[in-house]
Design a protein around this ligand. Structure first.
Ligand code: GTP
Ligand code: ZN
Length: 373
């Protein structure tokens, strides 16, 4: 019963989307096969003939509706996209392997990103497991990286980048948080910093770092999957939002989601005691629907995110506490390390910039971006 309702909902959503497209006449990325395209071109051919145009448009909408319902398109979300095959989760939770209709590929500017993880799509099911993607919804909130001048979308339609770090086991590494903050800033997605495993430390020991990030305007929360600290707040935050998970292995990403949504049953890894590192328990991309709306996207592409796409010279400008000073340095390409007349270093010297933050900046540059390879 519930299933039936859902599929008619998806069709309505599809029709709405489709109608908007036909009215706007913008079919650059959408395509549902022969019929609607033909309708549109006929509609255009009669344009300029007064009332007739309007009538033609109405008729074409009705016909489109029929075509859409005949087509039995299913709406879903792309979990992962590899080459020409995509893993798609339908709204009812069933999984499909989908191919991408040729015209979507040729209409996309960069053939590789016709369909990406996180896309909302409409597809035709050929079998209970296989389908063909017919349309892709417009994207917002894209997390991407640019390598060799080419933009590569890791996941689309994201509201929050949830940066999870742990207070201990493994110990807190602000430099990792900073990396993800830079990514969020660059991609224009709101970051949320989560300091997990606070049950393992004295809460007051976390105050300086929380204070530093909060002062820069970032949202920071303390959580424990073990004793439940901050879990209700996190649950509320995730509701109705599309969230991408980031954070090093073993910080407790799966554990946290399991307590946010009891019954989820995500596999939990053990942090190995010899090197304090997690074991990358989660290897495949997954989409975790949140009860009451929203979803969490967990993809190795983000977990393993490095600063490939950010050049050393850009980093300070992406850090809110350093940004105000960078344009006052003597050299426009100043890296604020050993250059003369550096406004950033001056600001560190008289404490306008926190020395620990500057230290983190230097480490970030030296460890990640100034390595010869
Ligand atoms: N004390 C304590 N332990 C935790 C907490 N959250 C997770 N752990 C433990 O940390 C270990 C790793 O947890 P996971 O949830 O698998 O970590 P993950 O970030 O999902 O790891 P990957 O899948 O490898 O990326 C497990 O042994 C958990 O029981 C917490 O809040 N407090
Ligand atoms: Zn400088």
């Amino acid at each position: 019963m519930a299933k039936k309702k859902k599929s008619s909902n998806s069709r309505t959503a599809f029709r709405k989307h489709h109608q908007g497209r036909v009215r706007g006449g913008d079919l650059t990325r959408d395509f549902t096969g022969g019929k609607e395209m033909a309708d549109l071109s006929r509609g255009e051919r009669v344009s300029g003939k007064g009332d007739l145009t309007r009538k033609r448009t109405i008729v074409s909408e009705t016909e489109s509706e029929e075509a859409a319902s005949k087509a039995e398109l299913i709406s879903g979300r792309v979990i992962s996209a590899h080459g020409l095959k995509c893993k798609v989760m339908a709204d009812d939770g069933s999984m499909y392997e989908c191919a991408i209709r040729q015209v979507l590929k040729s209409l996309s500017i960069d053939g590789r990103s016709a369909v990406v993880a996180g896309d909302f799509v409409w597809f035709r099911a050929d079998t209970p497991q296989d389908g063909m993607i017919e349309r892709v919804a417009d994207r917002h909130g894209i997390i991407c990286r640019t390598s060799r001048g080419q933009q590569h979308i890791i996941v689309a339609n994201i509201d929050y980048l949830l940066i999870i770090a742990s207070a201990a086991q493994p110990g807190l590494k602000p430099v990792l948080i900073d990396r993800f903050l830079l990514t969020a800033k660059q991609c224009d997605v709101e970051p949320v910093i989560v300091l997990n495993k606070v049950d393992l430390v004295e809460p007051t020991s976390m105050q300086p770092i929380i204070g530093a990030y909060a002062a820069m305007g970032f949202r920071v929360l303390m959580t424990s999957a073990e004793d439940g600290t901050g879990v209700d707040y996190l649950r509320e935050l995730l509701q109705g939002k599309q969230t991408a998970l980031a954070g090093q292995s073993g910080v407790g990403k799966s554990s946290l989601l399991n307590v946010v949504q009891p019954g989820l049953g995500l596999a939990i890894g053990r942090v190995s005691t010899d090197n304090d590192k997690g074991r990358h328990t989660t290897t495949a991309s997954q989409l975790i629907p949140i009860e009451g709306g929203g979803a969490v996207f967990d993809t190795p592409g983000i977990r393993q995110f490095q600063l490939w796409d950010i050049s050393a010279g850009e980093v300070a400008g992406l850090m809110p506490d350093m940004r105000p000073y960078v344009s006052s340095c003597r050299y426009p390409n100043c890296l604020h390390l050993s250059e003369d007349d550096c406004a950033v270093k001056d600001a560190v010297a008289d404490s306008r910039i926190d020395a620990r933050r500057y230290d983190a900046y230097c480490h970030l540059l030296e460890d990640d971006l100034l390595v010869e390879d």
